[in-house]
Ligand binder design. Structure first.
Ligand SMILES: [Zn+2]
Length: 135
């Protein structure tokens, strides 16, 4: 199996519900996505996939959808408050944990036809969550 990994950096705000740690308050992260693309054989260029093709498929979506956005669970009581103030929000069907965000990116990449193996989201330089396809 061959694997290539594309890294995409982005900034996001969030807070977690049903959680007692620091992430229960509105705050932000400098997140780093690592997207693994894997295939058992190489194409006629000798590649799994051109890095620029992966970037083209994902970075524009990350920039437009996640970068410098406040990502909140749609159940969060702050959603109507911030909307009323004109803040740009992304409301999600799930708590915006690194695990759920990794899965969201995985599903987007898979939906674009990329043979994605695993997505990792580094929420901080020492904390990473991942989501991968079942073997
Ligand atoms: Zn956080």
């Amino acid at each position: 199996m061959f694997t290539v990994t594309k890294t995409i950096d982005f900034c996001y705000g969030h807070r977690l519900l049903n959680y007692e740690g620091k992430c229960r308050h509105l705050h932000g992260h400098n997140g780093r996505l690592e997207v693994d693309i894997a295939l058992p054989s190489l194409d006629n260029r000798g590649m799994v996939q051109d890095f620029s093709e992966i970037k083209q498929a994902l970075k524009g979506w990350v920039d437009a959808t996640l970068d410098h956005r406040m990502l909140l669970w749609k159940e969060d009581p702050m959603v109507p408050v911030l909307r009323e103030r004109g803040e740009v929000l992304v409301t999600l069907d799930f708590n915006p944990t690194a695990e759920n965000l990794a899965k969201m990116v995985f599903e987007y990449a898979s939906g674009r036809g990329l043979p994605v193996r695993e997505v990792r989201l580094w929420e901080t330089p020492s904390s990473c969550a991942s989501y991968r396809a079942e073997p």
